[in-house]
Ligand binder design. Sequence first.
Ligand SMILES: [Zn+2]
Length: 110
Amino acid sequence: MLFKCGVCGYVHEGNEAPDKCPKCGAPKDKFVALSKEASDLVLRSRFTNSLHMELYSLLTKISEISQKGVNDALDEPCVVLFSRAIDQSRILRQMVSAELETHQKKGKWG
Ligand SMILES: [Zn+2]
């Protein structure tokens, strides 16, 4: 079950609410049990957020690999391809960041 701190929004996973909120120190009675629907949404958001984070680190890896290719500069088409990979991965990373920010603002972080 999931329990949400009514003061700071921290979400606790367990059979009962914690004695004290680990984030803001609010007492147990400030926690409310989330409905099954709300819990599913929080868990799905966590899953999606973890996918975003994984994507972000892979995109960073793409930039690093491509930078090596640009530095190596075997021939023009290779440099063009690697440069494009760097640009595209930067754009995608920015999109991931923007999406995660939107989640945080909506309180989807869980
Ligand atoms: Zn709290």
